[in-house]
Design a protein around this ligand. Sequence first.
Ligand code: GLU
Length: 490
Amino acid sequence: MTDSQTTVRVRFAPSPTGFPHVGNIRTALFNWLFARHCGGRFILRIEDTDTARRVEGAVEAIVDGLEWMGLDWDEGPIFQSDRLDLYRREAEALVRNGFAYYCFCSPERLEQVRQEQSLRHVPPRYDGHCRGLSKDEVASRLAAAEAGVIRFKTPTEGETVFQDLIRGQVSFSNSTLNDYVLMKSDGYPTYHLANVVDDHYMEITHIMRADEWISSTPLHAMLYQSFGWQPPVFAHLPMILGPDKSKLSKRHGATTIIEYREKGYLPEAVVNFLSLLGWSLDDKTELLSRADLVANFTLERVGKTAAVFDIPKLDWMNGMYIRALEPVEFARRALPFLERDLPATMPRPLDFEYVCQVTRLVQERTRLLSELGETCSFFFSEDLSYPASQLLVKGLDATAARALLERVISAVGEAPLWRVPQLEASIRPLGEEPGMSTKVVFGVVRVAITGRSAAPPLFETMEVLGPERCLRRLRAALALLASLPQEQAH
Ligand code: GLU
């Protein structure tokens, strides 16, 4: 299987029992990177045999998430529910060859067995009641359309041993295993049977999946052996933990991949971040482009130790990727977020030329695209709302603030051009006068123009907003100061 002549074939095999979260997508990404690194094939298989747990929209969310991440597949999506005959045929072959058997135990009987076992404090396990049914009895019960399942005849003694590329040799004592169900009475296979049959017929060379599946692997190894098939290479990926070292969960930010898109992460940042959850180039390089990852992704560099999911690191990375975008590309990515997040009262569609001018000023300090609706709103809204006291920068009193604003209004009114150098040349000198400082002057003008104390560079902002809007806002600030109670005004 590892022979270099064999084309690598890997798969991402999600069950549509929920929307894919970042942990699932890490699995998809590792398989995709490995396939692309080796010039192999990446297959998308939807394991939809658990009909009771199917979730509406989950398949679409899986496809959507993969597409957003740029994880293109070469075959699929293949749905297991389209292949039921194949699984039945293979399950029956196992019965014929003595590796599996029909079981007709009722749910009530199974429940009773479970309760007795629990009273005796022994682990729940099927008691083998139907193991010894004769061929004739099975045939007549099937002929009478009695509902039955097919179970694997797990050896009760000895050990099942398999090699895992990451974990090394893994062994399970057979006494801890069960006579697992392979075919359910509804005609659907269980995960175990369908998974093994498909991996065989799809000629999968490497199974890379989350660590939580390792407990299923002894059964899978026994199934390969019973079928007489060569198993693929198993590689169980290290666990992902939250920063508090407990199992990753929603409260650590392990939400669905689509939520990451909605929050304004760039797919290239998420790809980079997830690639480092269990893999590394050299234990120090953090920023790796998709091309770097494809060029360097080998299974030797997948670690054994659990990876820690650290959202602040992802946020930092996202900021780095945002800064690296061409300004027009940043504007293009920002546009849908502005359309979505700016207050509904602002007219749509937004003018892309104007959006480009605005986003150029905020690109450096943006970490998430979802911040933009808030950080850029004053570029789009007509009226600002802020308390008059915000204009009293550094203890300035209202009279001085009004005098200053009047001087600013006349100074910019005389500026020969509404451009950064001319605006700066008219406003900066006001801060150089006795008793004033540029901090105070810029601070007051900033609040008047933007309604906030922290905003992008002042003169660039004024240039983008244009003379009319700026003058209107400066005058509105004057009026606002007049509304302050007298004691504050003197
Ligand atoms: N259907 C399983 C899942 O939802 C697949 C596990 C495997 O890759 O074998 O993750």
